[in-house]
Ligand binder design. Structure first.
Ligand code: TXA
Ligand code: MG
Length: 328
């Protein structure tokens, strides 16, 4: 598999667009995590995403676009509040779930009548999306660039580690450095009268409520949504996701020989391997997945995490961690 480092961005983008147009895969940085991209209108290309990820075929993909103007072709309906959210928070770490148009085929939506759309806030991603659009591309379908159920990659090296052996020579991995946010986008279901958060992220419930003046239905406790009954498939809402190989323990005293991730104000007990000591909740999100990976590099059996408390981004971190720790 070939890899391109972002030395000459323009050339890299020209290459990457050619790969996409030929039905190949391009992993690219976003501000949340790295995505594994394919032309969202090419069934065969999208099928390879599922193969490379080892992901069940009925899990829908997010379509990434470069500009609000390109949204219309993907959707058949959009409530006022969603237009407002798009204008306020895009480009940014937010995915809107909207009624799909005919362009959003079953191979993107997992057969649902909705489609997830996002404009990422990362210069390399936006450059790629714009160049792809100029050559007639409608959008880039991209899940996180990890094997199904594993930790999302926040660097190009982590993408290589996850998928390198599954990608082909003609696929590309673009290197845009470390993802600035570090946890996946907030997913907001905008098909009802009120917005509903399906996956918490850096665009927080408080931000959505403050901006729209609407009550956001608190389905953050995703266990309160019956995904099966409602026929919503959010794979990231499955238990036992975002999981490293090491066993994850939350808010317990770390045992000797195990890994430890906690705010820098919390000391490392004797004999425990400190994997990260973030100074803020933002830094916690940014370094978390790299720290989990580091625990696996060191072949640790267990990683203990003192979770950040409070609202905002801490909710997203606890959401992912509860799933990394679940059922193991
Ligand atoms: O930050 C992100 O969102 C990253 C970057 C690459 O954009 N992408 C990402 O994609 O996290 P993925 O596929 O790993 O997670 C997207 C989640 C999945 O759980 C999927 O089931 C859900 O979004 N999803 C996509 N389309 C949906 C839809 N129409 N209805 C409900 N959930 C949907
Ligand atoms: Mg994912």
């Amino acid at each position: 598999m070939s890899q391109v480092f972002g030395t000459n961005t323009e050339l890299v983008i020209v290459d990457a667009v050619a790969v996409l147009l030929a039905g190949g895969l391009v992993a690219f940085p976003t501000e949340t995590v790295y995505g594994l991209g394919a032309d969202a209108t090419n069934a065969q290309a999208v099928a390879r995403i599922y193969e490379v990820k080892g992901r069940p075929i009925d899990h829908p993909l997010i379509v990434h676009i470069s500009d609000f103007k390109n949204l219309k072709q993907w959707i058949s309906d959009i409530p006022e509040y969603a237009i407002g959210l798009a204008r306020e928070f895009w480009p940014g770490p937010m995915t809107l779930i909207l009624k799909r148009s005919k362009l959003a085929k079953d191979f993107i939506t997992g057969g649902q009548d909705t489609v997830g759309i996002r404009i990422p806030n990362n210069s390399l991603a936006l450059g790629l999306l714009e160049a792809f659009h100029k050559l007639g591309g409608a959008g880039i379908a991209a899940p996180s660039a990890n094997r199904f159920g594993q930790v999302s990659p926040t660097t190009a090296e982590a993408v290589q580690e996850e998928l390198g052996s599954y990608l082909s020579d003609t696929d590309l991995v673009l290197d845009g450095g470390q993802s600035a946010v570090g946890v996946e986008s907030t997913i907001i279901d905008c098909t009802g009268e009120l917005p509903r958060v399906l996956r918490p992220g850096a665009i927080t419930i408080e931000m959505i409520e403050e901006f729209t003046g609407l009550k956001v239905s608190n389905s953050l406790d995703t266990k309160s949504i019956d995904f099966k009954q409602e026929n919503i498939r959010v794979s990231g809402s499955l238990e036992n996701h975002y999981a490293p190989k090491a066993k994850v323990f939350l808010d317990q005293r770390p045992l000797e020989g195990s890994g430890f991730i906690a705010h820098e104000s919390i000391d490392t007990p004797d004999g425990v391997i400190r994997l990260a000591a973030p100074k803020s909740v933002e830094e916690f999100a940014r370094v978390l997945y790299t720290a989990l990976r580091e625990g696996d590099h060191q072949n640790l059996d267990s990683i203990y995490i003192a979770q950040p408390t409070g609202d905002g981004l801490a909710i997203a971190i606890r959401d992912r961690l509860s799933r990394s720790a679940e059922g193991r």
